[in-house]
Design a protein around this ligand. Structure first.
Ligand SMILES: [Zn+2]
Length: 381
């Protein structure tokens, strides 16, 4: 991932370990996995391979020869490596200060790109998949004309990552909104079907798949631990919902499923927390999940909401995105912030100059954190 490091050259040193050729290969493979999954799924490959896959395979072979490892013989074998060899494997040796060592690019159960894969593929100057999501939202905002219309469309997309024909006759359906957003949906890809049926996670609302695609779809109300969903972190108390007529179903594009629909739950919880604390706020224009707080005195205070599994890559994204408010509270799901090492990895990856301006918090801590920040400001004054 040298490109990202070079991109940040000239900034105060973040103390991260130097990134080697293995890290750079890991990111190239992340981009390959993300792109292949979009264009044809990760399961069937015939020669000749798509150009980017052949290049990634060639590069992996060269890297293996460099480090004295037996190279993969085919694209399916390389994809199996992406499923079984995590970031910390000697093959990649991605520094733990950049990506959690256990993260793989292909999910071991779902055999689809992991969330970490899309986050790694978004790291670097052109912003990859996450930047694609922002560009799609930027276009939508321009098409909508007014902020009000855009916010309606954005919340529709976030709440409806999957749309079934029947939804169009349900309460709350708006033909005006649908006409503005429908080109951000597509038919369900073959790779998300099991025996011609589609499964949806009841928790995150995103696609689900059984680990073993050759066994019948689990329709019984028993739970199945061997289930993958795109949210990855969901409880498995309830079985996935079964949608039998997938040809009547449309799905939001993957960049928006991951970088809009997933964090939206946290965004709603954060705004609820602000409302409960009596703190007024206004949405900021633009594709980010960002809101400016009112009555914050002379300083500007924003919240930005993310649901990212990789804290150091989130810190790198925030470091690269400008301009920030005087103080920005970065809200992530409670379960993530509570993870061992998450907060530290985020803080360690920030340049020293930004550590006072960016504060990691959660919907639960947001109210208390803001009160404390205001007290500190008064004390300073
Ligand atoms: Zn889920």
């Amino acid at each position: 991932m040298r490109a990202g490091a070079a991109h940040r050259a000239g900034r105060p040193d973040t103390g991260a370990e130097p990134e080697g050729a293995g890290s750079e290969l890991f990111r190239e493979l992340a981009r390959m996995v993300a792109t292949l999954a979009e264009i044809q799924g990760l399961r069937s490959f015939a020669l000749p391979y798509p150009g980017l896959a052949q290049r990634a395979l060639d590069r992996t072979v060269l890297h293996c020869l460099d480090i004295g490892e037996t190279p993969p013989r085919s694209l399916p074998e390389l994809l199996e490596w992406c499923r079984t060899k995590p970031a910390g494997d000697p093959l990649f040796a991605v520094p733990a200060s950049l990506v959690t060592p256990g993260a793989t690019l292909v999910h071991p159960v779902g055999r689809m790109p992991t969330r970490s894969c899309l986050e790694v593929a978004s790291h670097g100057p052109d912003g990859g998949v996450a930047a694609h999501a922002r560009a799609l939202l930027g276009d939508l905002e321009a098409r909508c004309g007014t902020g009000e219309r855009y916010r309606q469309c954005r919340s529709f997309l976030a709440r409806h990552p999957v749309v079934h024909r029947q939804d169009r006759f349900g309460p709350g359906w708006s033909r005006a909104v649908w006409s503005r957003v429908k080109d951000l949906y597509g038919p369900l890809p073959e790779s998300l079907l099991v025996d011609g049926d589609f499964l949806r996670c009841p928790s995150c609302g995103l696609p689900a798949l059984p680990g073993d695609r050759d066994v019948p779809v689990p329709v019984s109300p028993t739970t199945d631990a061997d289930i993958w969903c795109e949210g990855e972190e969901c409880p498995r108390d309830d079985p996935p919902e079964l949608i039998r007529d997938p040809e009547q179903t449309w799905i939001l594009r993957r960049p928006l499923r991951t970088f809009l629909a997933l964090p939206y739950r946290t965004e709603e919880a954060a705004l609820d927390a602000l409302d409960r604390a009596g703190i007024d706020h206004d949405p900021l224009p633009g594709p980010l999940s960002a809101h400016r707080l009112r009555d914050s005195g002379p300083a500007t205070v924003d919240i930005q909401v993310y649901d990212r599994l990789q804290p150091a890559l989130l810190a790198a994204h925030l470091t690269d995105s400008a301009p920030l408010a005087d103080r920005t509270l970065v809200v992530v799901p409670d379960a993530l912030a509570g993870r061992v090492g998450y907060r530290k990895a985020f803080a360690d990856a920030l340049p020293a100059l930004l550590r006072d301006r960016l504060m990691l918090t959660t919907p639960v801590d947001l109210g208390p954190d803001l009160s404390r920040a205001r007290r500190e400001e008064k004390d300073d004054a």
